[in-house]
Write a protein that binds this ligand. Structure first.
Ligand SMILES: [Zn+2]
Length: 708
């Protein structure tokens, strides 16, 4: 990535393109004395991104105990880049870099939450669609939900798993790799042979928690992360096998990379997102298209922003101006080249109030710009154990200068208009109009000094997941007292206080989070929902309306506002707010469930039914839609239909057993006890004994009494 000023024409790109055209010619032609023929460009593009995949987790990158035969085969027959790096260490910004060919300071996405790709950004999908490609994306985790703006240009953007069941606390919603690949395979098989396609498939298995399915759980019992990687590889086989089997006859360019790696304890970091050491910054990058790219391992550095120009180059499309990267087609042919790789890790700054981390890799040296600067010679010291910053000041200064040429901009969430700020100020939610990003950070704000705090945060999550809520709350309160500017701890505390039924405590934690950053729509939408739950729906409306007035208002904000308005019996307002949310995220089944709930509150049962059915059209596995239709059918006396829906709802989400029991009791008390029998029976037969043993016993007693 040449660190060119942004607005100048990208001359390097044009030169690279010319050079690449020559390379194609040379590579494919000079055999048997025949006149050289340029290789045919590929017809189709398969882009595979595996979340959280360390390069060295693959057999092709040296992991001898890896179970990754398919990716290894692809790498062996393609170009394997050994020094490829991401520019971010979190999911959404990294994918934005890959799809736009631009850096976070250019497109503005710096973290997962609170950012959306601007509608002005061209992506691989918009560019290829404009050239007649059929385009489809199949993603596997919530951070890539269409609400974040990556769906533009895709004919199909399959994120239907999102919000089908309530979001688990502290864990992202995900879909299994094999389910995602099945959906992609179906789409590919339905494409007419005469049309070109671009298919992007994203798999999430290697992300924490590491719980590989059988047989990988047993085979990788001592290295469950490697087990998840092996499961990913197996899940990919329906996509990779036909392409690999076609060999040189393939017409599909395949690119495989990861959005970032995983620290696995490196430098004290458990997962990813805080630091940018090689454990999380380095990624696999494999280019596969035998007619053009020979089997080769490449030591030239490469970055995610190089992927888009590489694809356009391989397809012989002109390279647009304003890209940060270069085509790797020439490098894939073995021509050495160098580049400066920009990187950043700013989640610690946005979510914890720590110093933002930025840096560059150039000439094999990595510079990390923090209050305590770091410089590593990556060839001599791949573990980044020896910080050379104090002994090689000239190398530091050279890279600081490079870093300054990349417009870093201010790291903050979506800009709030002055009007929004003013309204929030008048409500007491923010105390000043000063932007949250600080002008100066000291050594005390350096993430190296604070990584222990993150470890404590993870221990608290562990306590909660193990069922020790009381201790989790106690330690989280202590953490928040010690680090009052730590957004992520405040959000965590809010969840824990709510779980402990301490709504005032939960609300106070979110109010404190919002004071840190008025642009934090996640905190705002949660606070709105909690206020409504605490019978303060008017306060919720006052808080949420300013956020909802924005052009691309957050889906969660709109959803929370609609529920608060319907609590105030303002059903028409709620409906129009939800219509806006649905316009921004039309595939979201959960929004239709919310719409159905509001229609029910308004007493419009046919409309409610239509909304719940629409949710199931979007995603047939939406538990709450099944249980809502079940409850309606039960009340209307259609007991067979009701029990069918209950069966589906409870199988998808065991929490729905609570509602099944409540409905059974309510029917039994309404003077039609015989009607309640199928519901008590279903509950007694299928509810998990581990959780409902007492209720099951009561249901059985009631049934035997009723049948006597
Ligand atoms: Zn990720």
């Amino acid at each position: 990535m040449p660190a060119l000023p942004r607005k100048k024409p990208n001359k390097t790109a044009h030169l690279v393109l010319k050079f690449a055209a020559v390379t194609i010619f040379v590579m494919s032609g000079c055999r048997g004395g025949q006149a050289p023929q340029p290789a045919a460009p590929p017809k189709n593009l398969l882009l595979i991104t595996v979340d959280t995949l360390r390069a060295d987790a693959l057999g092709a990158y040296g992991n001898r105990s890896a179970g990754t035969p398919w990716l290894d085969r692809l790498a062996a027959a393609g170009a394997r880049f050994d020094r490829a790096r991401a520019h971010n260490v979190v999911t959404l910004p990294s994918h934005a870099n890959i799809l736009t060919g631009r850096l976070p300071p250019d497109h503005g996405i710096r973290d997962n939450a609170g950012f959306r790709l601007p509608a002005t950004e061209e992506t691989l999908a918009t560019r290829l669609k404009a050239r007649g490609f059929r385009t489809a994306a199949f993603v596997s985790a919530f951070p890539l939900d269409s609400r974040f703006g990556l769906a533009r240009g895709f004919d199909v953007y399959d994120d239907a798993f999102v919000d089908a069941t309530p979001r688990p606390t502290f864990i992202e919603q995900e879909r299994s790799g094999s389910a995602t690949v099945r959906a992609a395979r179906e789409w590919l098989d339905a494409q007419p042979s005469d049309s070109a396609w671009f298919c992007w498939v994203h798999l999430y298995e290697p992300h924490f928690p590491y719980t590989p399915p059988a047989p990988y759980d047993a085979r990788f019992a001592s290295a469950p992360y490697d087990g998840e990687v092996a499961a990913t590889d197996a899940a990919l086989s329906p996509l990779l096998k036909p392409i690999l089997d076609a060999g040189a006859a393939t017409n599909t360019l395949v690119i495989v990379t990861a959005d970032h790696g995983e620290a696995l304890g490196d430098h004290g970091e458990a997962t990813h997102g805080i630091f940018a050491y090689e454990a999380t910054l380095r990624v696999p990058l494999i280019l596969y298209y035998p007619p053009l790219i020979g089997p080769r391992s490449i030591t030239s550095p490469a970055g995610h922003v190089d992927i888009l120009p590489t694809i356009l180059d391989a397809f012989r499309m002109p390279l647009p101006e304003g890209l940060r990267g270069r085509s790797l087609v020439s490098a894939a042919a073995g021509n050495e080249s160098s580049e400066v790789t920009y990187f950043e890790a700013v989640s610690g700054s946005l979510n914890r109030g720590w110093a933002p981390l930025t840096g560059v890799v150039s000439d094999g040296m990595k510079y990390i710009d923090l209050p305590i600067p770091e410089l590593y010679d990556l060839d001599a010291d791949p573990a980044e154990a020896k910080n050379l910053a104090s002994t090689r000041p000239q190398d530091v200064e050279k890279r600081r200068t490079l870093l300054r040429t990349i417009d870093r901009g201010e790291v903050r969430r979506t800009d709030e208009s002055e009007d929004v700020r003013e309204r929030l100020r008048s409500l007491g939610y923010i105390t000043s109009s000063a932007p949250r990003a600080r002008a100066r950070y000291t050594e005390a704000d350096d993430p190296k000094r604070l990584i222990g705090v993150d470890t404590e945060l993870q221990k608290i999550v562990g306590l909660y997941l193990d069922g020790n809520l009381r201790e989790a709350v106690r330690r989280c309160r202590t953490l928040v007292t010690q680090h009052p500017g730590m957004r992520v701890a405040l959000l965590q505390l809010a969840h824990l206080e709510r779980e402990s039924s301490n709504m005032p405590g939960a609300i106070a934690a979110l109010q404190q989070a919002l004071k840190l950053d008025a642009g934090d729509t996640e905190a705002a939408s949660l606070l709105g929902a909690y206020l409504t739950a605490a019978n303060r729906s008017r306060d919720a409306i006052a808080l949420l309306e300013p956020y909802a007035s924005r052009e691309h208002a957050d889906v969660q904000v709109l959803s929370a506002l609609a529920l608060a308005q319907s609590r105030e019996q303002r059903y028409d307002a709620a409906r129009s707010v939800l219509d806006r949310a649905l316009a921004g995220d039309p595939s979201n089944a959960r929004l239709f469930v919310t719409l159905g709930t509001i229609e029910l509150m308004a007493g419009r049962r046919p409309q409610a039914r239509t909304a719940f059915e629409s949710a199931l059209t979007r995603n047939k596995d939406t538990a709450r839609a099944h249980s809502s239709l079940a409850a309606m059918a039960a009340e209307e006396g259609r007991h067979n239909e009701a029990t069918d829906h209950w069966r589906r709802a409870t199988a998808l989400d065991p929490d729905e057993f609570e509602k099944l029991l409540a409905i059974a009791i309510s029917i039994a008390r309404s003077g039609r006890p015989a009607d309640a029998i199928p519901y008590f029976q279903l509950f007694a037969d299928t509810a998990p004994t581990s959780r409902y043993s007492a209720d099951i016993a009561k249901a059985r007693a009631w049934l035997s009494n009723e049948r006597r």
